[in-house]
Design a protein around this ligand. Structure first.
Ligand code: SF4
Ligand code: SF4
Ligand code: FES
Length: 874
């Protein structure tokens, strides 16, 4: 640590950091624009100017940029030095010359970093009287809005988009003193992380277009800490609500998980909660019934020995547990297709064996050699792909270290590194987005990918089983790269539906003690699997054999879990179907009783992420109609709140007892007060519903959490899991996140949310798997149909979000170039199902392999990979 003297007071700062980082970490207010904790310093905006003195006797000093000056021991600086103050005021006056000053109609107003910094510098009077420079805005697609006149040329957007997220289609276009930040022409932003521009841009140039459709100021929204429901990574989010509709999702900082960024599916997928296809009241045979009637019907049904329950990997642990308790463990069935369930179980078993560590997403960023087996990471676990884009810089960064370039000096580091990347090796059935940063990639059928993995493990440890005489020149190269790395990482998962790939990945990790990360298909696949249940196929058999005649289905569209003909036959044979869900779907269409269950925004509960991290999400608002958590619909009379459900779960399933610690209980208070869900609004308490009643109605009680449906309470030092929104005096924008961290960019003061359920075990059972498959043999008249994943399309819920739906791929069959013509219509036979699909030609698919979009109707339930026929239409 270094001792730095600021305005005559001494502070301890990290010597390897810069003065801006040090000052902000010490809680000092110093304005800035171009610097960002994740992007480092470039010294572009000149806003963070301070006066630096030679020593305590120097009265002259010189102006320096705090973000470009090391926090060296013995440094003397003045933030409040009059020249530094005047310099910063002059800079912001210059930046504001062309600014439209349209705060009242700007979507950023009230939570704008530019507004905050303008107030902080004291710039209050506009002297410039001439014409302002103006721009034409672009249509950047359904997710991000563009209003270029508000730009202050800080360059954060292009640095984030191009350098950090690897995007290509956004840039700075300059002519004389005019700089334009946008695409070369109108069009949808191509990068999957474009939504982060909304938070990266310190002004209102890039804003959330989905929020614009139902705009509400930050201070009029009610927030709750939440967890993304659109993949298995468990990114932390804040849900913003106003008058009963979710208005937006913003990033919720968790140092261990998503840090400052979300993917676009996670940020914009929320719109499904406001869909016109929501189930808002219980319906019996299509007619609205009261909540009491629905609850009684559920209980009556559950009392019969012939009723069985089917759980869900997208429902909370608590809701799955409530159904399990209602029907009894012997009548509770998994909501995941058998093949996928057994693979998720295998990944959990490997991690619970504790031979190797599964990394946090933050640790993924720090890994310096990565081998991916079978996973299209960008489309399956998007935020992990963004982490991998940082990990490929770890080895090259050593060059900058040798040149004594501080790592926060972004351009210096990038100049030193140039285009060097990796090592990152990809073995996938088809080319993926990460290929552009990969050291080498290999496209093969799942069995051959597994064989490559076994070969790498054998090259690393001769005791690991070998695939024999296979031709794997890449194996030696990959093994060498992993062996020479400081923090090697292996990534795999169930996406190829191959047990052998998962086992091969485990062998590689065990052979050198590398970290091992498995993806999970859905937000609670790991939790639902850990809970344990009979296989889904057994539920089908129980109905078929007449052992059961009534189904209670929890938040699950079975048409996505099994082939259409099989699900159709199941419903035909079932006397009564009861469905609890948020949206109408093909399964709810078959139900006699449909029960309106709350989405993540209307519920409290817990998910377990692919890292094995149990994380709590909280209700953002009390919904209208008869919507409530599935666990409330299904729960026991003795359960009065969420804590009761968690306590019952800990008793029934002791291996899940630590789930309780994912967040403080409902009794938690700070100085005797609850934590408010709403920021203070200057317009007062009554304004929001003044058109209905000028008296403020009593806020709803929340028996389940320490959060209040109110702006009253205390926000002082909340635990990390209970931060509904970020705000500090003088910091109204998302940059207020800084004030919640132990140090800038570090863990939260109140601890990072979540409890890890898998840690390396002292025993470290490292016995190798040896189920090496035979080499893939293409067939003459059949194709191996494999699932292809799409960030926009493969996830069920975000498909009902208009913004995401606009970007969703249309159903198709992907085949190798030369086999068929692009756009040609083919009949694809998969099991007992045949669908007609247009061709998409992919040059890199292996011979004999064809791809079908995972999760997209009409083949959403097809059990892939499977051999199938592709027939040209005569
Ligand atoms: S668009 Fe925003 S982030 Fe980009 S340079 Fe302008 S103000 Fe900065
Ligand atoms: S990476 Fe996954 S969990 Fe994170 S925001 Fe995207 S969809 Fe949600
Ligand atoms: S933040 Fe230091 S120059 Fe921009």
């Amino acid at each position: 640590m270094a001792t730095v003297h600021v305005d005559g007071k001494s502070y301890q700062m990290k010597a390897e950091e810069n003065l801006l980082h040090g000052c902000l970490s010490a809680g000092l207010n110093l304005p800035y624009f171009c610097w960002h904790p994740a992007l480092g310093s470039v010294g572009a905006c000149r806003q963070c100017a301070v006066k630096q003195f030679k020593d305590e006797h120097d009265t002259q000093g010189k102006i320096v940029m705090a973000c470009m000056t090391p926090a060296a021991d013995g440094t003397h600086i003045g933030i409040h030095d009059p020249e530094a103050v005047a310099f910063r005021a002059a800079i912001i006056e210059g930046l504001m010359l062309n600014h439209p000053h349209d705060c009242p109609v700007c979507d950023e107003g009230g939570e704008c970093h530019l507004q905050d910094m303008t107030v902080m510098t004291g710039h209050a009077y506009r002297r410039y009287e001439f014409d302002k420079r103006t721009f034409r805005n672009q249509d950047l697609g359904p997710l991000v809005n563009h209003e270029m006149n508000r730009c202050i040329q800080c360059y954060r957007c292009v640095r984030y988009y191009r350098d950090y997220a690897g995007g290509h289609d956004l840039n700075a276009f300059a002519s004389r003193n005019t700089v334009f930040f946008g695409r070369h022409t109108d069009g949808v932003l191509e990068n999957e992380f474009s939504g982060n521009l909304v938070e990266i841009c310190p002004t209102g140039v890039f804003t959330d277009k989905t929020l614009k459709r139902h705009y509400t100021r930050k201070w009029d929204q009610q927030f709750a800490p939440s967890i993304c429901v659109h993949c298995g990574l468990g990114c932390n989010t804040d849900v913003g609500e106003h008058t009963g509709t979710v208005r937006r999702i913003v990033n919720r900082y968790n140092h261990d998980v998503n840090g400052y960024f979300l993917c676009d599916r996670g940020r914009f997928g929320y719109e499904f909660t406001n869909s016109e296809h929501r189930i808002r009241e219980p319906l019996h045979k299509g007619k609205v019934v009261s909540a009491e009637t629905a609850r009684q019907q559920l209980r009556d049904a559950a009392a019969s020995r012939k009723t069985i329950g089917i759980g869900s990997p997208r429902a909370s642990l608590e809701s799955n547990f409530a159904l399990r308790t209602l029907v009894g463990p012997d009548r509770f069935y998994s909501g995941i297709a058998d093949s996928e369930a057994s693979l998720v179980e295998l990944t959990i078993d490997i991690l619970r064996r504790g031979a190797v560590r599964t990394p946090t997403l933050h640790e993924v960023e720090e890994c310096d050699a990565v081998f991916v087996l079978g996973e299209d990471v960008t489309n399956i676990a998007p935020r992990m792909a963004l982490a991998l884009r940082q990990s490929v810089r770890q080895q090259p960064i050593e060059i900058a270290k040798k040149l004594n370039i501080p790592l926060w000096m972004d351009h210096g580091v990038r100049d030193a590194i140039q285009d060097r990347k990796g090592p990152l090796y990809l073995a996938t059935p088809y080319a993926t987005r990460l290929e552009e940063i990969a050291t080498a990639s290999w496209h093969a059928a799942p069995d051959d990918i597994a064989r490559l993995g076994f070969a790498v493990a054998h090259a690393l440890d001769s005791h690991a089983p070998s695939p024999g005489n296979g031709d794997f020149p890449l194996a030696t190269e990959i093994a060498r790269a992993l062996k020479s790395a400081r923090k090697p990482l292996i990534i795999s998962g169930p996406s190829c539906q191959s047990e052998a790939i998962i086992q091969a990945a485990a062998n590689v990790a065990m052979s050198i003690g590398a970290m091992l990360s498995f993806t999970a298909p859905e937000c609670n696949s790991v939790g639902a699997t850990l809970m344990g249940a009979k296989p889904l196929s057994a539920a089908f058999r129980a109905i078929e054999d007449g052992e059961a005649d009534t189904l209670i289905i929890l938040e699950n569209d079975l048409y996505r879990r099994a082939p259409r003909p099989d699900v159709g036959a199941l419903f035909k044979a079932t006397a009564q179907v009861i469905v609890l869900d948020h949206l109408v779907n093909p399964t709810s269409d078959k139900a006699e009783l449909v029960v309106s269950s709350g989405t993540f925004a209307e519920s409290d509960g817990t998910f377990i992420s692919s890292e094995g991290r149990a994380q709590r999400f909280f209700q953002a608002f009390v919904p209208s109609g008869a919507i409530q958590e599935s666990w409330r619909w299904l729960g026991q009379d003795s359960w009065k709140n969420l804590d009761d459900v968690l306590a019952a779960m800990a008793t029934a399933l002791p291996h899940m007892a630590s789930v309780h610690d994912a967040a403080p209980s409902a009794k938690f208070r700070i100085a005797g007060a609850k934590i408010p869900r709403s920021p203070h609004r200057a317009s007062g308490r009554t304004a929001v519903l003044a058109n209905i009643n000028v008296s403020e109605p009593k806020p709803a009680d929340d028996p389940d959490s320490p959060l209040a449906f109110s702006m009253e309470g205390t926000t002082d030092h909340p635990p990390g899991s209970l931060i509904p929104f970020v705000w500090s005096p003088g910091w109204n924008s998302i940059q207020a996140t800084n004030t919640y961290q132990k140090e800038i960019g570090g863990p939260l003061c109140g601890g990072d949310p979540g409890v890890r359920m898998f840690e390396p075990a002292p025993s470290r059972d490292r016995s190798y798997f040896n189920g090496i498959p035979s080499a893939f043999q293409p067939r003459e008249d059949e194709w191996l149909l494999i699932p292809m994943h799409y960030i926009f399309g493969s996830d069920e819920l975000s498909l009902s979000a208009p913004g995401i739906a606009e970007l969703t791929a249309t159903p198709h069959v992907a085949v190798k170039a030369g086999d068929f013509m692009e756009g040609e219509k083919l009949d694809v036979r998969c099991g007992n199902d045949t669908v007609r699909l247009p061709v998409r030609v992919l040059t890199d698919l292996p011979r004999g392999v064809a791809g079908l979009p995972a999760g997209l109707p009409p083949l959403a339930g097809c059990d892939l990979p499977a051999w199938g026929k592709i027939v040209r239409i005569a």
